[in-house]
Design a protein around this ligand. Structure first.
Ligand code: SF4
Ligand code: SF4
Length: 310
């Protein structure tokens, strides 16, 4: 069983409790214009090209058998249409200007990498988190990986956008200890404008998760022009409050197992977008101030929802 993985981040402390290894899987069903992992959007491996790092050795041009790395009028050109992502140019580029993002990995390979830090998980109550992209878009691989990690006694978490087939989400639940899920906007038209997809399927998934047992951390990426007003955050907090009631009615402890986290926008991904020939529409947005994040946090807490912000 193989999946397309674009990063394995060890010693992660922001993707669930304790010290964790986060496995990032390629492919996403949303196109959030501020996404800080654009290399995770497309489902297959990609070449990233960083012209600023290029030292002009032309080794990539010699290596490329497909006419994708060429020179036109003395200018080095990378033709993404012709590129077959063979990786030959990456191996010859000592400057690191060409980067292969995403590779096919077996479940065995990922598990053995994850297990290297078992001692840290045990001392910190950490574990493994599957993120992306959207991990549930590779359902067989994700299920197998979560199952193997559970069988090893690890705490497991998934970060999901909820915009996938519910049958696939539900399949993960017996092998998932913690659900982390973004909610970006309660208005479906604005959600579509910001992410490329309406929100109905996402909100329906959130309701179904709430009726289950796993702890859930709902996350709001606070993005100027998208959802950074008190009213917009309050609308999401009111929805999360409803979900707490859903869990309580199902016999759970909604107040202590469902929480909210606010994550301020940071303009960090411009280089990545350029390296992938993607338009970075968030290039002019400004990070919300600490005071504004505090005001949004207070607004969410007024719905009796446990809320943290970074
Ligand atoms: S191999 Fe790397 S450094 Fe050399 S010309 Fe190609 S991109 Fe530039
Ligand atoms: S990945 Fe392969 S096909 Fe694409 S530019 Fe590099 S050498 Fe050429």
């Amino acid at each position: 069983m193989e999946g397309v993985v674009f990063s394995i981040q060890r010693f992660s402390i922001h993707d669930g409790p304790g010290i964790r290894t986060t496995v990032f899987l390629k492919g996403c069903s949303l196109r959030c214009f501020w996404c800080h992992n654009p290399e995770g959007m497309r489902p297959k491996p990609d070449i990233q090209f960083f012209p600023d790092r290029c030292i002009g050795c032309d080794e990539c041009i010699k290596a490329c058998q497909h006419g994708a790395a060429i020179k036109v009028d003395g200018v080095r050109v990378y033709d993404r249409e012709k590129c077959v992502v063979c990786g030959e140019c990456v191996d010859t580029c000592y400057a690191g200007a060409r980067v292969l993002t995403g590779k096919y990995m077996s479940v065995d390979d990922v598990v053995s990498e994850v297990l290297q830090d078992r001692a840290f998980y045990e001392t910190s109550n950490g574990g493994v988190t599957l993120s992306g992209g959207e991990p549930v878009l590779q359902p067989d691989f994700t299920y197998e990986l979560l199952s193997r990690c559970k069988a090893e006694g690890l705490h497991t978490a998934i970060e999901t956008c909820g915009n996938v087939r519910w049958e696939d989400e539900a399949r993960m639940m017996p092998v998932t200890d913690l659900i982390m899920m973004d909610i970006k906007h309660m208005d479906s038209a604005k959600h579509r404008w910001a992410t490329g997809a309406p929100n109905e399927r996402i909100l329906a998934a959130a309701r179904k998760f709430a009726a289950m047992e796993q702890p859930i951390i709902f996350r709001i990426p606070v993005i100027p022009t998208v959802n950074d007003t008190v009213e917009e955050v309050a609308a999401i907090a009111a929805f999360v409050r409803e979900l707490i009631e859903v869990r309580n009615q199902a016999g759970g402890d909604g107040e202590h197992t469902i929480s909210l986290e606010l994550l301020p926008f940071h303009r960090l991904a411009g280089d990545k977008y350029r390296s992938l020939d993607m338009d970075y529409r968030a290039r002019d947005l400004i990070t919300p101030t600490r005071e504004h994040m505090q005001a949004l946090t207070e607004a969410a807490r007024s719905f009796a929802v446990e809320t943290r912000s970074r």
